[in-house]
Design a protein around this ligand. Sequence first.
Ligand SMILES: NC(=O)c1ccc[n+]([C@@H]2O[C@H](COP(=O)([O-])OP(=O)(O)OC[C@H]3O[C@@H](n4cnc5c(N)ncnc54)[C@H](OP(=O)(O)O)[C@@H]3O)[C@@H](O)[C@H]2O)c1
Length: 334
Amino acid sequence: MHHAPAPTRYDAMTYRRCGASGLKLPAVSLGLWHNFGEVDRFGTARELVLHAFDRGIAHFDLANNYGPPPGSAERTLGEILRRDLAAHRDELVISTKAGYLMGPGPYGDGGSRKHLLGSLDQSLRRLGLDHVDVFYHHRPDPETPLAETMAALDHAVRSGRALYVGLSNYPAGLLREAAALLRRLGTPCVLHQPRYSMFDRRIEHDGLLDVLAQEGVGCIAYSPLAQGLLSERYLGGDIPGDSRAARGQFLKAEHLTAERLETVRRLAAVARERGQSLAQLALSWVLRHAGMSSVLIGASRVAHVDEAVAALSHPAPSTGELRLIEDILRGESA
Ligand SMILES: NC(=O)c1ccc[n+]([C@@H]2O[C@H](COP(=O)([O-])OP(=O)(O)OC[C@H]3O[C@@H](n4cnc5c(N)ncnc54)[C@H](OP(=O)(O)O)[C@@H]3O)[C@@H](O)[C@H]2O)c1
């Protein structure tokens, strides 16, 4: 029953260091936010994970609440690990998070020690693991002292439940404070996970990338394809029935404005000139930053995984191409 992994699995992938840490991540990582819940087909989820692993994507990103229902994506991955990859646990970087709404009551959300450590224990049970590789606080909690949240992350490592800690969705100033606290505790922050794509460049403007470089923290960008918008998927005129926009929960039809689709069309033309797809250009564009450890994609089919991995064999966008992309993006906001 165990999966026999491809002997070539490390050949086409590149691995990038997370900040000043010893940990390296594949330049492309796979997130299990969508398509891995109890509502999705287990066979497709399993195929995606094994296909990704065979192409060197050794990092799988989760959170306590991914599903639906919440918790079910961790259960799905736990089942795949148990059935297929048990012998390869040490080749895998499994991350999970706590800090978004997970359950009812005062301990089902937030940044308290109570929520973080309780949630991590639940995640480990669902995954069938004795530790995760990276445990994140998912978003800032203004009601909990930062020192308490960081001490809880430190404890997660000291108690053997996690090897490393990370932060997600923290603004630059708070990240700097949190990184200093963690460093003092002896558990440095190895990763920050912000949203970043051609359509969401907030982290360039608020100084976060500079802070990460100064603090020696790696960066893994989520939604680098703006949930699929940065691809040719929506250029056909209507919303494909099997797309994320058709589900309408996180990517909604109203995000697909005529202006945005025109921008996508123009960006796709730049990608075509480079002999690649728009999704591939969007990933290379994010990876152009030296401090970018990995792009964290989602996928609903194995072809998405292959396309992302193939992007790594294309050259980084040239200065001229970057300028062209700037003009197209500026044209939209003008
Ligand atoms: N920390 C946080 O707060 C946070 C928040 C959000 C996400 N994340 C993490 O980031 C991961 C990725 O987020 P995301 O799923 O929004 O990333 P994304 O890569 O921007 O979007 C993925 C979606 O784009 C479409 N797609 C992917 N490759 C494609 C291709 N080559 N051509 C056309 N369409 C393609 C697929 O949608 P279809 O279903 O339409 O095919 C796929 O599900 C999540 O799984 C999660 O681990 C973290």
